[in-house]
Design a protein around this ligand. Structure first.
Ligand code: 13P
Ligand code: SF4
Length: 348
């Protein structure tokens, strides 16, 4: 078994050898041992935009999760191959919405509300869900453009079906002035509304969530404030509504990074987002007092599956001319999904 140092050296050697043939995008939640190899780092929106621009690389070794690699495949040329170093790097939230559930939900929603709904999906979803949304006039959103995209959706139809993240949907709806009473949760496992769907309903929230961000609670916020009255609470909008309501600042990964980069010297922060990112922010700003909002480990297990051995293995397979773990979205699905993605990219 090779040591981390040997693997790192091998990674750099392969990186140099492969040159412009390979492009390596990395999500901010990736491990340090992997993100250091990234040509560009970004949140989901930036990584989607970059994938659409990198026309020269034959291989895109995607350091992120499956839905991001699918998105990159949809937005790149046919000759480009997107590789996910570990196929098990999925996303718990994306797995909470499948196309069969969506088709059943859609039928019920059409019966209840007629043709007044637009389906909008968080980019954290499968390509099939994106394709459904694209073919029904909807679009994708990311956490950094959810307000804008939801506003756009309301200019198209009276009601929005927002999936798969109920929290991002609810938090964004409230931000746009939609009262909680005008939102209803759709339970995709039991095929039913939770609560009452009325003619006042404007947002239908798919009952999905992020297993990392759900770990931050209103109790954590209270405990942090009690322990340190100076603390500023900064959270991602995938957190529960109550946490968001009690936080001082709420925003996407990009926003969180910008807030910490610009933070006044010596200020205190409790951050509600993925642990690899929080640890990196801590490292980059040693003058700040930064802690994780929930002291118990909050890392994304699937993001962490892309580790140094898998990453180096992927580069080795490319160098040997036998690339593996190629993520290929079937053409029929990609054609629908690209409609949803392009509607978003045009407005971002
Ligand atoms: P963003 O990168 O859009 O902030 O999303 C966070 C996330 O959970 C990615 O999986
Ligand atoms: Fe999915 Fe949450 Fe992990 Fe992002 S952090 S990949 S939304 S489980």
């Amino acid at each position: 078994k090779k040591s981390d140092e040997e693997l790192t050296n091998e990674g750099w050697r392969l990186r140099r050898e492969l040159g412009a043939q390979v492009y390596i995008p990395g999500h901010h939640y990736q491990r340090d041992e992997v993100i250091r190899f990234a040509d560009d780092r970004g949140d989901s929106l930036r990584l989607a935009q970059l994938s659409a621009q990198k026309k020269e690389a034959e291989y895109i070794v995607f350091c992120g999760v499956h839905f991001m690699a699918e998105t990159a495949d949809i937005l790149t040329d046919d000759r480009q191959k997107v590789i996910l170093p570990d196929q098990r790097a999925g996303c718990a939230m994306a797995d909470m919405a499948n196309i069969y559930q969506l088709e059943r939900a859609w039928k019920k929603l059409q019966d209840t509300f007629g043709d007044t709904i637009i389906p909008m999906t968080y980019i954290n979803s499968t390509a099939e869900i994106k394709a459904f949304c694209g073919r029904h006039g909807g679009a994708t959103v990311t956490s950094s453009n959810a307000d804008k995209m939801m506003q756009w959706a309301f200019s198209q139809k009276e009601r929005i079906l927002f999936l798969p993240d109920q929290h991002l949907g609810r938090n964004t709806g409230v931000k746009l002035g939609v009262p909680l009473e005008e939102m209803v949760v759709w339970n995709p496992v039991q095929d039913r509304f939770e609560g009452e769907a009325t003619n006042r309903t404007r947002v239908i929230l798919w009952k999905g969530f992020c297993t990392v961000h759900e770990k931050f609670t209103a109790k954590n916020v209270a405990a942090c404030r009690k322990a340190d009255p100076e603390v500023r609470v900064l959270v991602h909008p995938e957190c529960d509504y109550e946490v968001v309501r009690q936080a001082d600042y709420v925003g996407s990964t990009k926003y969180i990074i910008e807030m910490i980069n610009q933070a006044p010297e010596g200020s205190h922060w409790a951050i509600g987002t993925e642990m690899n990112l929080v640890n990196r922010l801590k490292h980059d700003r040693p003058d700040l007092d930064i802690r994780l909002l929930n002291p118990v480990m909050c890392s994304c297990l699937t993001m962490n599956r892309i580790d140094l051995p898998h990453f180096v293995w992927s580069l080795t397979r490319i160098a040997d001319g036998e690339p593996e773990n190629i993520i290929k979205v079937p053409k029929t699905v990609a054609n629908g999904a690209v409609l949803a993605l392009k509607r978003m990219l045009e407005q971002s």
